[in-house]
Design a protein around this ligand. Structure first.
Ligand SMILES: Cc1cc2nc3c(=O)[nH]c(=O)nc-3n(C[C@H](O)[C@H](O)[C@H](O)COP(=O)(O)OP(=O)(O)OC[C@H]3O[C@@H](n4cnc5c(N)ncnc54)[C@H](O)[C@@H]3O)c2cc1C
Length: 393
């Protein structure tokens, strides 16, 4: 095997109970949970933190419940996170205030850094600025999976009893299409986002403004630094019309009934890959996919991190079992658990996104009942009711 990799100049062990690839919410929470239970965990992240990321920065009640269940209930408040109290939903020129329950707001720079530190404090070893690619399954007396690490020009490898791929939407952490392939939905939207100075918009603390149109939406929220975080999902056809993300964003804001934003063209926009996708299968030999790496649907209700962290919690008992003895039933069980805790919730999110993609339905509801706000509030509340796997699942 290649020479052992280094952390801050020190050689690290080439053998691990678990290697986790990707230190977003899914990977960091899984590494934290497994290290807390005494496993020898290596967490690998290709970027250096803190880093900004396209995301609405809103934590759903499910995400907060997942953190609480991991013993990290104070993490959001300790990082200066805010409570999310109201959604101002703009559809076809009508802006409706919708009361929200128990959500939070925290920038991804702070959240991801804090989760990473929590994993490290629990005993996980962290390798930053290192890209990981899943290697071969190794048989013999000590069966394991190889993970190839690339840092700059140097390439090394480590081995783990189990590998968790938590590498997000475009997980180029698995080279072999023969083992795991990705189905990307046709007409899937793509994500876009940027950060604006605080004075760019008059958004009160604790309020999420959502502009929803037929061909995309824009979410605006003031984060703990006072800056405005913008996260959008667009039909790719809108971007092809020219002008880029800034122009599309202004169009959607105007259509939905919000004031235009200054200086959008000067902002440092980032785009994502196609959002709605599914990995098939969700597990392999000594391998589980968690978080967005397993599959994702367009993120209208700000549920992605909640789904990602729930999948980490659901995977922990299987990893503990598989570390002692891996059997193929674990792969099947992961598919079932993932369907139960994540895919089903994604389906209700799709239904709401579909309704809001058709402004005439929202208008119809409004005219029929005169009270679109309370209908939308009940739907969001229903979808966001937290439910977590117990240690028996
Ligand atoms: C426009 C938009 C708005 C959103 N708004 C919200 C919201 O308000 N609330 C919410 O809960 N969710 C939201 N989401 C969804 C949320 O961002 C994701 O669901 C969440 O980040 C998933 O977490 P994860 O840990 O699975 O993946 P990620 O957060 O993507 O983390 C994956 C990590 O893996 C690393 N990585 C990738 N490949 C490798 C490799 N080969 N080797 C090493 N490291 C690797 C990446 O650098 C990254 O840090 C939004 C998404 C979009 C696109």
């Amino acid at each position: 095997m290649a020479q052992a990799p280094e952390v801050q100049g020190e050689l690290i062990s080439p053998y691990w109970d678990v290697v986790v690839v990707g230190a977003g919410p899914a990977g960091a929470l899984a590494a934290h949970g497994l290290a807390t239970r005494g496993l020898h965990v290596l967490l690998i992240e290709q970027r250096r933190f803190p880093r900004w990321k396209v995301c609405g920065a809103c934590l759903s009640p499910q995400a907060l419940a997942a953190l609480e269940s991991a013993g990290l209930a104070n993490l959001v408040a300790a990082q200066g996170g805010l409570s999310l109290q109201q959604l101002q939903l703009g559809v076809a020129g009508l802006v409706s205030p919708i009361g929200l329950g128990a959500g939070g707001i925290l920038s991804r720079s702070r959240l991801d850094q804090a989760l990473l530190e929590a994993a490290e404090a629990a005993g996980a070893t962290v390798l930053m600025g290192t890209r990981a690619v899943l290697g071969a399954a190794v048989t013999g007396l000590e069966p394991n999976r190889e993970v190839l690490l690339q840092k700059g020009t140097s390439r090394q490898s480590v081995r783990a009893k189990i590998v968790l791929i938590a590498a997000g939407l475009t997980h180029r952490a698995i080279d072999s299409e023969a083992e795991i392939s990705t189905n990307i939905e046709s007409h899937s939207r793509i994500g876009a986002g940027c950060l604006l100075p605080g004075e760019a918009a008059e958004i009160p603390l604790g309020v999420l403004q959502m502009a929803v149109g037929r061909r995309g939406y824009v979410g605006l929220v003031r984060i703990e630094s006072g800056e405005i975080n913008i996260a959008c999902a667009f039909d790719p056809s809108m971007l092809r019309c020219g002008g880029g993300a800034a122009v599309v964003c202004q169009k959607l804001l105007a259509e939905a009934g919000f004031a235009p934003l200054p200086d959008l063209k000067e902002a440092a926009w980032q785009l994502t890959a196609a959002l709605s996708r599914q990995s098939i299968p969700l597990a392999g030999h000594r391998l589980l996919l968690i978080g967005d790496a397993a599959g994702y649907v367009e993120p209208f209700t700000g549920e992605g991190m909640g789904w990602a962290m729930t999948s980490s919690l659901a995977a922990i008992p299987l990893v503990l079992r598989g570390k002692e003895h891996w059997d193929d039933a674990i792969e099947k069980e992961w598919r079932q658990l993932h369907r139960r805790w994540v895919t089903r919730r994604q389906i209700s999110c799709r239904v709401l996104a579909m309704i809001l993609r058709h402004p005439e339905i929202s208008w119809g509801l409004h005219r029929l009942t005169g009270n679109f706000s309370s209908i939308a509030s009940s739907m969001i509340g229903f979808m966001q009711r937290p439910a977590l796997p117990s240690s028996r699942d």
